[in-house]
Design a protein around this ligand. Structure first.
Ligand code: UD1
Ligand code: CA
Length: 459
């Protein structure tokens, strides 16, 4: 029988090097907290339990990660005395005979497949190492003349000779629970940081004559840590490139891939094109042939096949149910639903608004809390006055209605089907179907009126 797998994720560090009020593991990467990426990767190993060691800002960490994911065992580390001490806090919750996989919460590019070789390792202790050109900041893996792993030396405790070692510790290890408990009980804190290092277990294990397996990670990007903002930005670049590569492999066109930011899942149909400077946040779904022009920002949108979003449009919580044209410079806010053939033009803002087929608002409008009927046309500058200072009210515009430019529709108001409203009208009552309604002062001309002239001698 194979031993039960328990996973310990270390997430109690303050992350002083981030210079932030936010706990380090909540620093966002690709639109999600670093720790979330790690938890998703370990879930793929199907462990008996995942123990997350939290400390500084632990309540924030729990709150950010408790919803929508499998249950975690939250373990408090009240004093941050080092990674070894952190693991010790989790041990009481792990049954005797288990295998324990430990990994840092600040290693967000890790993938399930990267961890799998550790699960397969049989030595009482196995660690995941990797090679880097610049090992600064990492614990160096020490080997004896025969190549046996004999310890790990942390950066700050390393001699000049040890500092040049390019084989470093990822921070991931797997061990038998009971052996680990024994080694941790013997770890001291006589080092440059005065901390109980988890990594000191390696020397203890080697001294006991235990086999220590050092597995080399093929893709070192997977195990890079983020201790400061510069490293976080490095990891972001790697993550973005991975996501863009995946989209392109699936048939999405990114003419300028490095200029596209994917901060959440994107589901794309065939022949989608995403131009330079586009930022996709939250959860977006783009149907076949959707085109997103340069500089657009989309969050949580569902765009039906054939929808075209022209440059510099900002869409949040918007949906199209057929092919539409949007922008340039459009702003679609949550609750916007557009049917096939709808056109939303430049400087048009919509919120909680449904446009039926082929309805149009081509220029300079605000359409909020509204229903726009099939084929209705809102002229330039049409505004729904949906807010009376206390409450929001609805505007209903019938099919085929034509609202003249610069009209204000004071909600609650209903415009009948095929009604025509004269330009510049302020409409505060219902408008009948099939009629022309004009609600503005009539122009008056004063024949013979003269312009004032400047008096002489005065300045
Ligand atoms: C650690 C390793 C180092 C390795 C590197 C890989 C140790 C002593 N060193 O160094 O060998 O090369 O990771 O990135 O383990 N944490 C706690 N409680 C604590 C201290 C830390 O939960 O008391 C957590 C941190 O939140 C972090 C993780 O443990 O997620 C690692 O701590 P960190 O301070 O980042 O260690 P490194 O200096 O990067
Ligand atoms: Ca680290």
């Amino acid at each position: 029988m194979t031993a039960e797998l328990h996973i310990v994720v270390l997430a109690a560090g303050e992350g002083r090097r981030m210079n932030s009020d936010r706990p380090k593991v909540l620093q966002p990467l690709g639109g999600a907290p670093m720790l979330e990426h790690v938890l998703v990767a370990v879930d793929g190993l199907d462990p008996a339990a995942v123990h997350v060691v939290i400390g500084a800002g632990g309540d924030q960490v729990r709150a950010a990660l408790e919803t929508g994911m499998p249950e975690r065992r939250w373990v408090e580390q009240h004093q941050r005395l080092g990674t070894g001490h952190a693991v010790e806090q989790a041990l009481p919750g792990i049954p005797a005979g288990a295998r324990v996989l430990v990994l840092p919460g600040d290693m967000p590019l890790v993938r399930t497949e990267t961890l799998r070789p550790l699960i397969d390792a049989t030595a009482p202790l196995a660690l995941l190492g990797f090679r880097v050109d610049d090992p600064t900041g990492y614990g160096r893996i020490l080997r004896d003349d025969t190549g046996r792993v004999v310890g790990i030396r942390e950066e700050r405790d390393a001699s000049d000779a040890e500092r040049v070692i390019g084989e470093v510790n990822s921070g991931v290890l797997i061990a038998d629970r009971d052996r680990l408990a024994d080694w941790l009980g013997r770890v001291g804190c006589d080092n440059a940081q005065g901390e109980y290092y988890l990594t000191d277990c390696i020397a203890l294990a080697a001294a006991d004559g235990s086999a220590v397996d050092a597995i080399v990670c093929a893709d070192s990007d997977d195990v890079r840590g983020a201790n400061d903002r510069a490293q976080l930005a490095d990891l972001e670049r790697v993550l973005q490139q991975r996501r863009r590569d995946a989209l392109m492999a699936a048939g999405v066109s990114l003419p300028v891939p490095e200029a596209v930011q994917l901060r959440g899942p994107v589901e794309c149909g065939r022949d989608v094109r995403i131009d330079a400077g586009v930022v996709l946040e939250g959860d977006n779904r783009l149907g076949d042939g959707v085109e997103i022009g340069p500089g657009c920002v989309l969050r949580d949108c569902r765009l039906a096949a054939g929808t075209r979003v022209a440059p510099y449009s900002v869409l949040e919580g918007a949906e199209t149910t057929g092919a539409c044209t949007i922008g340039p410079f459009a702003r679609l806010r949550p609750g916007t639903v557009l049917a096939a053939g709808v056109k939303i033009g430049n400087f048009v803002e919509t919120k909680n608004a449904r446009f039926a087929e082929a309805a149009k608002a081509s220029h300079l409008s605000y359409v909020g809390d509204a229903e726009v009927g099939e084929g209705a046309n809102l002229g330039a500058g049409t505004i729904t006055c949906n807010y009376d200072g206390a409450n929001k009210h609805r505007t209903v515009i019938g099919a085929g209605a034509f609202v003249g430019s610069n009209s204000a529709l004071v909600a609650p108001v209903t415009v009948g089907e095929r009604a025509t409203i004269g330009a510049g009208s302020v409409v505060s009552g219902d408008v009948p179907a099939d009629a022309l309604t004009v609600a503005r002062a009539r122009a008056r001309s004063l024949p013979g009126w003269r312009r004032p002239t400047k008096k002489t001698g005065e300045s």
